[in-house]
Design a binder for this molecule. Structure first.
Ligand SMILES: [Zn+2]
Length: 245
């Protein structure tokens, strides 16, 4: 019963996050206009907006202009509820479950923006921080089996690792490999974890990033020196850490 509720909440949040990721970077109000097709701009009816189901029933196309609805929105609506359910089964009810759900939701939002624009703004990363700060504060009160220092060390370790790798790339390639948004998101995410966990996340993210990079270059989807969005790989690394360790 709880799982069904979690999946339903996940479906609604996924749909909302999809809308936010389209509207916020384009400076469109998140309230008006109501949901519309991004191709023909026609207002969508409630039955066109049922997460997952509408996409399947419409064959992935707009009811009115038949243009393709980006697959990423379908993957988003499918994955968020599954991630929430997996987190619940893995962590159980409690403060940590809600904070990790929140963190993953923010990271998925940033992933969508990063894939769309190849960069995230400094403002976009602000929502990454509150969860980590709450988790740290709870640890001060002895509500969680960690001490706050544990989280601060994690954030410091990640920032140092990132700066060192940026420096190496800069020395070799004479360019900074990531944007300011990417740089600021790392300490925020790291506040949710201890040092060992953060190092594991960085390793997972790098491996997934490098393998995806090679795969995309090998298949000719991108050329060498293409600027890869970093956030999707970071999100994947965080998910592996939370769900498998
Ligand atoms: Zn349309």
């Amino acid at each position: 019963m709880v799982l069904i509720f979690i999946v339903l909440v996940g479906l609604s949040i996924a749909s909302f996050i999809g809308s936010l990721s389209y509207r916020i970077p384009r400076n469109i109000s998140i309230v008006t206009p109501p949901s519309f097709c991004i191709s023909c701009k026609k207002r969508l009816k409630p039955y066109d907006l049922i997460p997952v189901l509408s996409y399947i029933l419409l064959g992935g196309r707009c009811r009115y202009c038949r243009s393709k609805i980006p697959l990423k929105y379908f993957i988003l609506e499918l994955s968020i509820p599954l991630i929430y359910a997996a987190l619940y089964l893995n962590i159980g009810p409690g403060c940590t479950f809600f904070i990790y759900c929140y963190l993953i939701t923010v990271l998925v939002y940033l992933t969508l923006v990063d894939i769309d624009y190849g960069a995230i703004s400094s403002y976009d990363i602000i929502p990454v921080y509150p969860g980590g700060i709450v988790l740290m504060s709870f640890s001060f009160l002895g509500k969680l089996p960690y001490i706050a220092r544990h989280y601060l060390y994690g954030a410091a370790a990640a920032t140092v690792l990132l700066l060192i790798s940026c420096l190496i790339v800069y020395i070799i390639k004479k360019r900074v490999p990531i944007g300011v948004g990417d740089l600021l998101v790392i300490p925020g995410v790291s506040l949710h974890f201890g040092m060992v966990e953060v190092i594991r996340i960085m390793i997972f993210s790098s491996i997934i990033g490098i393998l995806s990079g090679f795969a995309l270059i090998y298949t000719g989807k991108v050329v060498r020196d293409f600027k890869f969005p970093m956030i999707p790989f970071l999100t994947a690394g965080v998910l592996i850490e939370i769900l498998l360790f």
